[in-house]
Design a protein around this ligand. Structure first.
Ligand code: E4P
Length: 215
């Protein structure tokens, strides 16, 4: 399973990129708004940090507007992937963009039927939001499992991005189920690096090292 970072914060993106663990970035309008910076400026900067798929989301609700925005965003860099909301208008936009070889990530997926339709419309990626399903008392991971199974049975090439990831357990479960990608917030990536036994081990090695005779 590949790891993307789910943020529009360039400092976080740089830190995760320096660790060598991420191969892509996903943003959304809420993440962009948190940065208080111009959208295009942020996206351009991200393309200079990570050499991999970078999802930038459209705002229009009609397919025509989505396609127009998408064409402009796609001009920024070859790695830009257009994030499109899962609606009928979104599917129409995906069909057009896919014919133009513009990559798409269909977002706000909350059912397997939505994922199947997005894939059939030509989506490069689908993003089921597991954390938001957990939030309303559903088992978000079941959705990831269903989509991965359906795509595998039918040889569908669209990749499944486990999105709305909230903790390291989500990441492990998504990896075991066979999600192609998990897009993970920076704080969760940091949590994934940690184990108390590692810290204890380092402490003990350093303490023992003090007893090694030095010339
Ligand atoms: C996916 O691409 C979204 O940006 C993201 O995972 C949403 O997560 P949230 O539910 O934590 O906002």
């Amino acid at each position: 399973m590949k790891i993307f970072i789910d943020t529009a914060n360039v400092e976080e993106i740089k830190k995760a990129n320096d660790m060598g663990v991420i191969s892509g970035v996903t943003t959304n309008p809420s993440l962009i708004a948190k940065e208080g910076r111009d959208f295009i400026e942020v996206v351009k900067e991200i393309t200079t940090i990570v050499d991999g798929p970078i999802s930038a989301e459209v705002i229009s609700l009609e397919s025509e507007g989505m396609v127009k925005e998408a064409r402009e965003l796609a001009k920024i860099h070859k790695n830009i992937v257009i994030k499109i909301p899962m609606t009928i208008e979104g599917l129409k936009a995906v069909k057009i963009l896919s014919a133009e070889n513009i990559k798409t990530n269909v977002t706000l997926i909350f059912s397997a039927t939505q994922a199947l339709l997005a894939a059939r419309a030509g989506a490069t990626y689908v993003s089921p939001f597991l954390g938001r399903l957990d939030d309303i008392g559903n088992e978000g991971m079941n959705l990831i499992e269903e989509i991965v199974e359906i795509f595998s049975i039918h040889d569908i090439e669209t990749e499944v991005i486990a999105a709305s990831v909230r903790n390291p357990i989500h990441v492990i479960q998504a990896a075991r189920i066979g999600a192609h990608i998990a897009t993970i917030p920076y704080n969760v990536i940091v949590q994934m690096t940690k184990h108390p036994m590692t810290d204890l081990g380092i402490e003990r090695f350093l303490k023992d090292w003090e007893g090694v005779p030095k010339k």
